[in-house]
Design a protein around this ligand. Structure first.
Ligand SMILES: [Zn+2]
Length: 245
């Protein structure tokens, strides 16, 4: 394949544009924000689960507190009723002694229930503090995630701008190059990642292999407008004064 040396050098401009497009694509995939977002999302899920768990404990305790209150209430009501009966004077001596006995039992029961209530209240306070602390952690993690997503989107927008510019460069370069040369370039690029490179100081700029003496002698003897490819990676080797020939 033949192409004027000046045209071959333009192939280097295309390779440079493509290398930058590759860097942009790589950068998009490996933005540090992506891994950080994954970590923070995981942490957020854990904290939301923890919040649901403590909220459930809090509502369980609320139910227990109400149940306890109802029980205290019913013991009180029963004691009131017993006292009223005793005061009414309409009960026998036997009933009176039974009622006195029951009132003592009810008083003990009420004292025990009130102790339980105190303990429940203390537990409820601790759980409420837990709910508040965990909710604050969820909020903080949500803000952290928002911030990271914003940073990721900004980075992606920058990369999109660069990509659009380089794609425009590519569009303006392509019509200047012969179709068969571009086809060769694209074929090699599809297989090896780099379609053309400078032959610099006897080294292939694509695979970095240093060419041996006989290959160099061969290339030296090849006409300037002949397209030369690297034996190792297939890249079009563009010759300039830097080539060491
Ligand atoms: Zn090579």
């Amino acid at each position: 394949m033949k192409a004027e040396p000046a045209v071959q050098r333009q192939l280097l401009d295309l390779a440079k544009v493509d290398a930058e497009l590759n860097r942009v694509a790589h950068r998009r995939r490996t933005l540090p924000e992506l891994a950080e977002i994954e970590d923070v999302e995981k942490r957020l899920r854990e904290r939301r689960d923890a919040l649901i768990a403590v909220q459930t404990s809090a509502s369980d305790l609320d139910r227990e507190v109400s149940k306890q209150e109802r029980e205290v209430e019913s013991v009180r009501a029963r004691a009131d009723r017993d006292r009223k009966l005793m005061e009414s004077g309409s009960v026998s001596a036997k009933q009176l002694s039974d009622l006195e006995h029951e009132l003592e039992t009810l008083a003990r029961r009420q004292a025990a229930l009130e102790d339980d209530q105190l303990e429940l209240m203390e537990r409820k306070e601790a759980v409420d503090a837990d709910v508040q602390r965990t909710a604050a952690e969820v909020d903080k993690t949500e803000r952290e995630l928002d911030e990271l997503r914003k940073r990721r989107d900004e980075a992606l927008a920058d990369l999109d701008t660069t990509r659009a510019r380089r794609e425009a460069d590519r569009e303006s370069l392509l019509p200047k190059l012969p179709e068969n040369l571009v086809a060769l370039y694209e074929r090699v690029r599809a297989h090896k990642g780099i379609g053309a490179a400078l032959l610099k100081a006897r080294r292939c700029g694509a695979c970095q292999l240093e060419l041996d003496r006989s290959t160099i002698a061969e290339i030296k003897a090849t006409a300037d407008d002949e397209v030369v490819q690297c034996d190792n990676c297939g890249a079009v080797l563009v010759r300039t004064l830097e080539s060491g020939l």
